[in-house]
Design a protein around this ligand. Structure first.
Ligand SMILES: NC(=O)c1ccc[n+]([C@@H]2O[C@H](COP(=O)([O-])OP(=O)(O)OC[C@H]3O[C@@H](n4cnc5c(N)ncnc54)[C@H](OP(=O)(O)O)[C@@H]3O)[C@@H](O)[C@H]2O)c1
Length: 336
């Protein structure tokens, strides 16, 4: 008999981080059995080319309504590990999927949609508004009896795509922290010397450890990943070092302004009060500025993922290309 290979099902596979994670899974497809995704009829209509490409790479595309238990149970047939990469607007739905996964005889592991800030960083974390749904999802997983689970905690993304950490942000939000390649300007919190750990969503160097690669590593290290959060990242730096790298690579001096942490807290309170759609990002930026991405020890070594990490120079080079090439749209759902 051959070696057992897990059958995988991905939710949210054509989204921002889901697409990167699925790409890495496909690069390692020899390590897995079936690779399936469940997606909605509207995605089938709107992203037909992307889905066709996935099918040609061997991905099984299951079309269904993820809010319909029958469709979800049908997709779970024969699946061993569920990887959810759904956006913030669908996080609560995962609680139903977890309960259904318990009923599905083959499902043993569940990776909920995390891939961001550590929601259990300090006693204060439980009160943070953007964490609430992810906290409920973790509680639902903890309450199960038959499932193993893994929370892949990556910190903010070192990416130039709009709303990610190395992006320019819309004019009204620049005070919360920004790196703008076209305007050669940046806004840093406090003096810009506070440390922050970032992970690249894209693989920027051959076999570099991006978010997708770290998820694949977690899939392939079930014992090290069992019933726990894995706090992983590509590198630790400071906003001042990031600006210095942008200046080095663009060959020009940047205009740098500063927002104090107390000012950021006032802006954050006002954003929630005024129901500003980007309020969660204000909170996350404050958490990151307070050191919420720094750990006594990161978990990369548990996954054999300490070498060949992406670097600040790689990430800045990519962010420059992204910012120069993209007409960036602000999608407020995509808040880490
Ligand atoms: N660390 C960071 O800096 C950072 C940044 C961004 C996001 N994140 C985290 O990464 C995770 C994924 O976020 P994302 O930005 O990648 O998500 P996204 O692109 O907004 O959405 C991902 C997928 O969710 C599914 N989805 C969205 N709305 C749906 C609906 N109404 N019904 C059914 N499915 C729906 C879609 O799946 P289909 O592909 O099947 O259509 C979509 O492609 C979240 O947990 C988020 O907090 C972290």
């Amino acid at each position: 008999m051959g070696e057992f290979k897990e059958n995988l099902l991905v939710f949210g596979a054509t989204g921002y981080i889901g697409a990167y994670i699925l790409k890495e899974i496909l690069k390692n497809k020899d390590s897995f059995g079936r690779i399936a995704i469940i997606t909605s009829p509207s995605t089938v209509e709107n992203k037909s080319e992307q889905l066709q490409n996935l099918k040609s790479e061997g991905v099984e595309v299951i079309v269904g309504d993820v809010t319909n238990p029958a469709d979800v149970l049908n997709a779970f047939k024969g699946i061993n590990t569920v990887i959810s990469t759904v956006g913030r607007n669908v996080l609560a739905e995962q609680i139903n999927w977890i309960q259904l996964a318990e009923k599905a005889p083959s499902v043993r592991r569940f990776f909920p949609s995390e891939y961001g800030t550590d929601i259990d960083y300090s006693p204060q974390s439980v009160h943070e508004i953007p964490h609430q749904l992810k906290i409920k999802v973790r509680a639902a997983l903890k309450a199960t009896t038959s499932l193993d689970y893994t929370y892949v905690v990556t910190g903010p993304y070192a990416d130039g795509q709009m709303l990610a950490y190395l992006s320019p942000l819309a004019e009204s939000a620049r005070v919360i922290g920004t790196y703008d390649v076209k305007a050669k300007s940046a806004t840093l919190i406090e003096d810009g010397k506070g440390k922050i750990s970032l992970t690249t969503p894209k693989e920027l160097r051959a076999n570099g450890y991006s978010v997708g690669k770290l998820v694949v590593k977690a899939l392939l290290h079930p014992e090290a990943s069992k019933k726990r959060a894995l706090k992983v990242n590509s590198f630790t730096t400071t906003p001042a070092e990031i600006v210095a790298e942008f200046e080095k690579q663009t060959g020009e001096k940047w205009n740098v302004t500063y927002t104090s942490l107390s000012e950021l807290k006032e802006l954050e309170a006002a954003a929630w009060e005024n129901k500003v759609p980007m309020a969660p990002l204000y909170t996350l930026r404050r958490i990151w500025a307070e050191g919420g991405t720094l750990y006594a020890k990161r978990d990369n070594s548990l996954l054999d993922a300490e070498d060949n990490l992406e670097t600040l120079a790689d990430a800045v080079r990519d962010a420059i290309l992204t910012q120069r090439s993209e007409t960036q749209a602000t999608d407020t759902r995509r808040l880490s």
